[in-house]
Design a protein around this ligand. Structure first.
Ligand SMILES: [Zn+2]
Length: 227
């Protein structure tokens, strides 16, 4: 039987994952208190205070705060927007290389511009900015189509900038992904330790039954990273 290393009891302990999963529920309590009447004096005037009944409604968020403190925060996988940026940059480069004279290439280039810019902006900054980006793309398309010389300039720029952007975006995404994969054992270890933690509400301490170490809930990371 698991018991608290501070008070040596097990009646007030709860598993940390259980506290966190129950964290969204809040405790409420309704009570009534009765205050008997009394006679007092305000200056020389006798004042009678009648008996009163007060209703209390007690609503506790403490469970939620505790759950938040004890929750396990693991590293998230790298954002995919860098990967998408890299792929789009590659496509743009290929289309720009195919040539200025090709009508198909031009249409595909503009279509891709229409897909790529709002998609990337929505992913990064949300739908509102995505709409603005869509309008900006529309304006840019109108400018490019009305004068073919501008489109040529954009092609030339794309051939130079596209590969650089693609290499940087795909490279940094791959680097982040490799690092994330490499840290998988650490995440598993943290989850394993976190899963076995207990909290004693008598002492307000979190403890690891495997090591006997205990800390304040705010220092739960010290238990997670203890070796
Ligand atoms: Zn205890």
């Amino acid at each position: 039987m698991t018991s608290c290393p501070v008070c040596r009891q097990s009646d007030q302990i709860a598993s940390v994952p259980a506290i966190v999963s129950a964290g969204s529920s809040q405790t409420s309590f309704t009570g009534t208190s009765y205050v008997p009447g009394a006679t007092g004096y305000a200056g020389s005037t006798p004042v009678h205070v009648g008996s009163s009944t007060a209703h209390h409604h007690f609503h506790s968020h403490s469970q939620t705060q505790l759950a938040q403190t004890l929750d396990l925060w693991l590293e998230q996988p790298p954002n995919r927007s860098r990967f998408q940026l890299g792929v789009f940059a590659l496509f743009f480069t290929v289309l720009a290389l195919v040539g200025t004279d090709s009508m198909t290439s031009m249409l595909m280039f503009l279509c891709l511009l229409w897909i790529a810019v709002p998609t990337l902006v929505v992913r990064r900054y949300g739908p509102r900015f995505g709409m603005l980006a869509g309008l900006a793309t529309f304006g840019a398309t109108a400018l490019l189509v009305t004068e073919p010389g501008r489109l040529d300039a954009v092609y030339q720029g794309t051939v130079v900038v596209g590969p650089i952007v693609a290499v940087l975006a795909l490279g940094s995404w791959a680097w982040a992904w490799i690092g994330y994969r490499r840290r998988a054992p650490l995440r598993e270890h943290l989850y394993e330790v976190w899963s076995r933690l207990f909290y004693c509400s008598r002492d307000g301490r979190v403890f690891d039954p495997a090591t006997g170490m205990h800390t304040d809930p705010h220092d739960v990371n010290a238990l997670l990273h203890a070796r």
